[in-house]
Ligand binder design. Sequence first.
Ligand code: AMP
Length: 215
Amino acid sequence: MRVIFLGPPGAGKGTQAARLAAELGVPRISTGDMLRAAIAQGTPLGQQARPSMGRGNLVPDELLLALVRERLTQPDCAGGCVFDGFPRTLGQARGLEQMTEGTAHAWLVFEIEVPREVLLLRLSGRRWCPGCQATFHVVNDPPRRPDVCDACGRALVQREDDQEAVVAQRLRQYDERTAPLVEHYRSRARLVPVDGDRTMDVVFRELLEAVEVRA
Ligand code: AMP
């Protein structure tokens, strides 16, 4: 099975995708994590992606499609995967369809819905580990020691693009470029709307039920 998560920044895609991937025993493919790692390593891809990311804009489709195409050739993806933050445009969705044509996987698309004011609270309190990319929230999911990563002990920071002005642009990009994917997938995959304004555990149980129904 291949799973796609649609939802605005702050909807909880990363957390839920990580749990679901672990449960299904398939990799989570987070294009945001891959791009942040490329920036940290100073690779050519990182240098190309950085200006768009810093302003809250989407990185060009051709870069994303090359990144995902390469990732899908790795053997751990043979049994399926959970995409987190990809596809985000119609061009990416079409590119993904072309690159996976002829494979036997079923597609399940979750659309995570969360009210705007809740998204803003979640994003402003989000803290991120530049070492292992784990995320926390100062109120909803605090680390054991304030501002220190539970997993690797590094100091937590606020992601550059979680700052207020950038968040507004990311939300605009979602509305304009990613939200139309809901219609795109309605006729092409099993699309499951999920109320994401509930606890992580309750949302996760609902995802698992949908996966089991599908399987
Ligand atoms: P995320 O961690 O998924 O919120 O992604 C952070 C940022 O990385 C986004 O605001 C974009 O600038 C960039 N990005 C991640 N995934 C994609 C994608 N599929 N298409 C274009 N840009 C992306």
